[in-house]
Design a protein around this ligand. Structure first.
Ligand code: HEC
Length: 100
């Protein structure tokens, strides 16, 4: 019984880590921004792997609250609305480590 509980806890911990891991979170962004965040998403965004973390954090939080964005901000709002602060931070730390 104890083993089962420990195994369950281990799986739970792994899921929690994966959910806040920048590389894992970025997978859903790669379709538009490119695997290395090297593309202009849908030909419209800037190339975000050239951005600093804090700039990415403010952009993502701005999309979430509606205070940031251009003509296609609705698309990004849908992408970030379910992300927590921690997840936004993890993405913002991860994206600048990517190279073209
Ligand atoms: C369906 C395509 C799509 C997906 C998926 C997507 N984006 Fe975007 N992203 C865009 C578009 C289009 C823009 C430009 C929106 C605008 O007009 O403000 C953008 C803009 C951005 C910007 C600001 C860049 C700028 O030029 O102002 C950041 C940062 C960003 N996205 C990060 C992300 C992250 C992180 C994810 C994953 C959680 C993600 N995007 C998922 C299409 C996408």
């Amino acid at each position: 019984m104890r083993k089962v509980i420990l195994a369950a806890l281990a799986v739970f911990a792994m899921n929690v880590m994966a959910a806040d891991d920048g590389a894992t979170l970025f997978k859903k962004c790669a379709g538009c921004h490119g695997a290395n965040a090297q593309k202009k998403a849908l030909g419209r965004s800037e190339v975000i792997n050239a951005w600093k973390s804090d700039k990415i954090v403010s952009a993502l939080q701005g999309y979430k609250t509606g205070t940031f964005g251009g003509a296609m901000k609705g698309i990004m709002k849908g992408q970030v609305s379910s992300l927590s602060k921690e997840q936004i931070k993890a993405l913002a730390d991860y994206i600048p480590t990517l190279k073209n």
